[in-house]
Design a protein. Structure first.
Length: 568
């Protein structure tokens, strides 16, 4: 069998069997070199070939025994053979010993170098067992995660996270610094951060209690406990996170805010926004993951229905006026606004934003971080923007009358203004402005569009199951007789190895309301949100629940999830 780094035996095998042409194979080899991973891993992750296809082909060609790793008990692997450095380096997993032979799970039976290193390390003859790449990857992650979660500080391999760089240039002279520099703690926290990114978490919670310390990830809007390190490590974990965030590790009596930048590769980095809070049993630390790539999604991927998307694009194309996005914290308002800014971000436009804090960096946009202690408020930043010849202005949040008045003035004097408020519906946004003290005629003449939104979890397409619901129940849930007559399948979550509780990812649910003459008249007459909502629905607006039920019709989410996010 060939022993070259690129496993040319596999390459020629794929071509000979007609599974890949030479150009695609060359691209895959280049990718494997670039990312320093095996050719099999590259082919599977890029979906050029399935893991099952590769495993069956190698079994036929090389006669290597084939094992379904999903049926193997990982916990039965003897600890003495779990050399984490070699496991991480070669992406192979020792399974068991028979006599003087150690059997190694691999997705690439031509990787002789890996077998030789395991053989040298264990002092046993190494034999390959063929497994599917996707199942191997999950087993490897499980082994490495269990190792970190156990937090055996003397056994953590300090090279396990080679290549991960955390910006950390704020060392402070304090007696806690030695604790913060403890290498196993550094490795442990780097692993927690990278796991959070890999699992698609939006927030991390580090929480001390009297007798335990827990770490939770918020994934698809729901918190999940992922690790429980010993309580006596709470102070050291807190100190390390504060050093990474450039915070004062000696100050434990007041809340602090900071940031961490983690470089995953030369061209990829992730920012974390860090907040500390003194609690009864120590400092609770919450980290929000700020991934700039989320702002590059494109409006077509956010979940807008076609008419809602066209309404948003139409208002973005106008030279002046105000677009407001509303919803609770964590409902995706920032991504909606940044998506709009990306569309507007051209050479011909001058765009300025005032944010607290700046969550995502956008090249070509002048972003201002609000600093209330220094006197830099939303209102003062807006005043400065209007002296800077702006075309588009984004205000992170309209919190008070002064900010609202300046934003409306900007919208009335030839500028496009984007901002957010915290209200439950589009109609309530207008009455909130009225309650702030903004005159009705100013609201009617400046606001172009209001978007209320929520985020619902997507059903996992691998395991979702059809749900049989009687027609009268569907009517009670809000489906129309016309929709029921056409027929559709309602799905419910099930849960599998590909998802979290039957869900994977999230999709936006929107309520998009244009300012019309009739709605403007209601506002100027001092009408309430119920009157505004009624008129908007008469003019064709779908409320949040109706938009959510459309996602159920499309098989994207479940009725239970729509009920959860629309407070049904």
């Amino acid at each position: 069998m060939p022993t070259t780094g690129l496993h040319l035996g596999l390459s020629t095998l794929f071509i000979r069997k007609g599974l890949l042409d030479e150009s695609r194979l060359a691209e895959a080899i280049a990718q494997s070199r670039k990312h320093k991973q095996s050719l099999v891993t590259t082919l599977v992750t890029s979906k050029l070939l399935s893991a099952r296809t590769i495993a069956e082909l190698c079994y036929e060609e090389y006669g290597t025994p084939l094992l379904d790793l999903a049926e193997f008990d990982i916990a039965s692997i003897p600890e003495e053979f779990l050399n984490r450095k070699l496991i991480d380096k070669h992406r192979c997993l020792p399974l068991f010993k028979r006599g003087n032979r150690l059997y190694i799970a691999t997705s690439d039976p031509t990787n002789i170098a890996a077998l030789e290193e395991f053989q040298f390390s264990a002092g046993l003859h190494a034999e390959a067992i063929l497994v599917e790449e996707d199942k191997l990857a999950k087993s490897l992650d499980k082994v490495l995660e269990e190792d970190i979660s156990a937090l055996d500080l003397s056994g953590i391999d300090q090279e396990a996270l080679a290549g991960i760089e955390v910006t950390d240039n704020s060392r402070q002279q304090d007696e806690d610094t030695d604790a913060a520099d403890d290498a196993p703690i550094v490795i442990y926290l780097n692993k927690i951060l990278t796991d959070a990114i890999r699992k698609g978490a939006s927030d991390l919670h580090f929480e001390p209690y009297e007798k335990r310390y827990r770490i939770r990830f918020r994934i698809d809007g729901i918190l999940h406990e992922v690790s429980e390190p010993p309580i006596n490590l709470a102070a050291r974990i807190s100190a390390r996170l504060k050093v990474m965030s450039k915070l004062d590790i000696a100050e434990r009596r007041v809340p602090q805010d900071g940031r961490i930048k983690m470089k995953l590769s030369r061209n990829k980095s992730i920012d974390f926004r860090v907040s500390t809070l003194p609690t009864l049993w120590g400092e609770k630390i919450v980290m929000r993951i700020l991934d700039s790539s989320s702002a590059q999604l494109g409006i077509e991927k956010l979940g807008y229905e076609e008419d809602q998307k066209q309404a948003y694009l139409e208002m973005l194309s106008r030279p002046q006026g105000m677009i407001l996005v509303t919803g609770p914290t964590g409902s995706g308002k920032t991504v909606s606004l940044y998506t709009g800014l990306n569309i507007l971000n051209t050479e011909e436009r001058n765009i300025s934003t005032a944010e607290d804090p700046v969550e995502i960096n956008l090249e070509g946009v002048n972003q201002v971080h609000i600093n209330i202690k220094a006197g830099l408020t939303f209102a003062s930043a807006l005043r400065s923007f209007l002296r800077q010849d702006p075309d588009v202005v984004m205000v992170g949040e309209i919190r008070d009358l002064e900010t609202a008045e300046i934003a409306i003035k900007a919208a009335q004097t030839g500028h496009l203004v984007l901002s957010t408020l915290h209200t439950n519906s589009a109609a309530e946004t207008l009455t909130r402005l009225l309650n702030m003290g903004v005159p009705g005629y100013n609201i009617a003449s400046s606001v172009n569009l209001i978007i209320a939104q929520r985020l619902a979890r997507r059903l996992c397409v691998e395991c979702r199951q059809a749900e049989d619901i009687p027609e009268h129940e569907l009517l009670k849930l809000g489906f129309s007789q016309e929709q029921i007559a056409k027929g559709f399948t309602v799905y419910k979550p099930c849960g599998c190895e590909h998802c979290s509780g039957g869900y994977k990812g999230r999709v936006g649910i929107y309520e998009v309301m244009k300012m019309s003459d009739e709605i403007a008249r209601i506002i100027m007459e001092g009408g309430n949100s119920l009157q505004i909502a009624r008129m908007a629905k008469e003019q064709g607006m779908r409320d949040l629940r109706q938009s959510g039920l459309l996602k159920v019709l499309e098989g994207i989410t479940s009725i239970a999830e729509v009920n959860r996010v629309t407070s049904y």
